[in-house]
Ligand binder design. Structure first.
Ligand code: UT7
Length: 325
């Protein structure tokens, strides 16, 4: 039986030049390289230059993804950009990227699911492709979290970074089995009862300010591993696949301890885990495509590999996408 699948045909990423190390931060707030590395695994993060906005990072990542896919901008009919740090309250940052790419057909919109944004955007693009609305999507995760951090709050400012990643997701034909390339299954969840555990204390309708990120880190940590493993088990149940079948586990990069504990609980071998949090910090919606691009460019992820993506973040939102590359 022939079925429609959505297959990744190209990937790209972009990081701003400016690198902020843990030692740099220790000169600004009461922290240390030792504390940050021990609690999070993070050693450095990238920070956007003055005037460099989310759409600038997104555009670079999108252009690299298009090049990697051997596609031109005009081949794209849909842009879905996941971000919690848009250039402006509106219009959507994706339409700025659309204009900068010179695309005047199709449509573009943003997805807001904070750190789970890329998983939500991939799931949305896959659904649009399988329903016949779209044929070739640019799925982007791009963030400038440096703009919403309270740089005097050591409990949050050491954790996040800026960056962008993108994939080209295209309509392909499959046989309807797990051997197909493309997205095999995806599972999204949210539970707004947790919205005050990780939020931004401003917004157009409430304070008319942008606000700063606030987090009860220990509370987020407490829920993270259980939520992540739940949606991955949903993917296993839907496909009959298991951790042993995975070639790569590409989790949202928030904290090495959360990544390691999730992999351990699921029985995923450490050598299958792609970890970039040490270099990028938590780049929210950008972290998964940044990690994917790293593992693609260093030769780890290859065509036909089975790849599990997962994320959990503010809301809480969480989700998994299982795909064959
Ligand atoms: O993308 C998804 C969203 N985010 C996350 O997934 C983050 C989830 N949470 C975490 O990763 C961890 O909870 C943190 C890394 C944020 C914190 O690690 P923790 O082991 O949960 O530490 P803690 O919050 O329990 O704090 C331990 C101590 C506290 O001091 P006292 O009360 O024990 O005296 C903090 O004040 O560490 C102190 N502390 C710091 N010390 C040095 C907090 N931040 C820092 C810091 N440097 N930057």
């Amino acid at each position: 039986m022939s079925v429609v699948r959505s297959t990744v045909t190209g990937c790209g990423s972009f990081l701003p030049d400016n690198v902020l190390t843990n030692d740099d931060l220790a000169r600004q707030v009461d922290t240390s390289d030792e504390w940050i590395v021990q609690r999070t695994g993070i050693k450095q993060r990238h920070v956007a230059a003055e005037g460099q906005v989310t759409s600038d990072l997104a555009l670079e990542a999108a252009q690299r993804a298009l090049e990697n896919a051997g596609r031109k901008a005009e081949d794209i009919d849909t842009i879905i950009l996941a971000t919690a740090t848009p250039d402006n309250t509106f219009p959507a940052t994706s339409v700025t990227v659309q204009a900068k790419l010179g695309i005047t057909h199709g449509f573009a919109f943003d997805v807001q699911a904070v750190c789970s944004g890329f998983v939500y955007a991939m799931t949305t693009a896959d659904a649009y492709i399988r329903s016949g609305i779209s044929e070739r999507c640019l799925v982007i995760g791009a963030e400038t979290f440096s703009r919403i951090l309270d740089w005097e709050d050591r409990t949050t400012c050491v954790l996040f970074g800026d960056g962008a990643g993108a994939v080209v997701l295209e309509k392909t034909e499959g046989s309807g089995t797990n051997a197909d390339r493309g997205v095999l299954t995806s599972h999204l969840r949210s539970d707004g009862r947790h919205k005050d555990k990780l939020f931004v204390d401003g917004g157009p309708s409430s304070t008319q300010t942008v606000g700063h990120l606030r987090m009860e880190g220990r509370e987020v940590f407490k829920h993270a591993v259980g939520m992540i493993t739940d949606v991955i088990e949903d993917a296993y149940e839907a496909t009959g696949l298991s951790s042993e079948d995975l070639d790569w586990f590409v989790p949202h990069q928030a904290n090495k301890r959360i990544i390691d504990a999730s992999a351990k609980k699921l029985g995923i071998a450490p050598e299958k885990v792609v970890t970039t949090v040490q270099l990028h910090g938590n780049t929210s919606a950008a972290s998964i495509p940044l990690a994917l691009d790293t593992a693609l460019k260093d030769g780890r992820v290859k065509n036909n590999d089975l790849v599990m993506l997962e994320a959990m973040g503010g809301g809480f939102t969480w989700g998994s996408v299982l795909l064959r590359w």
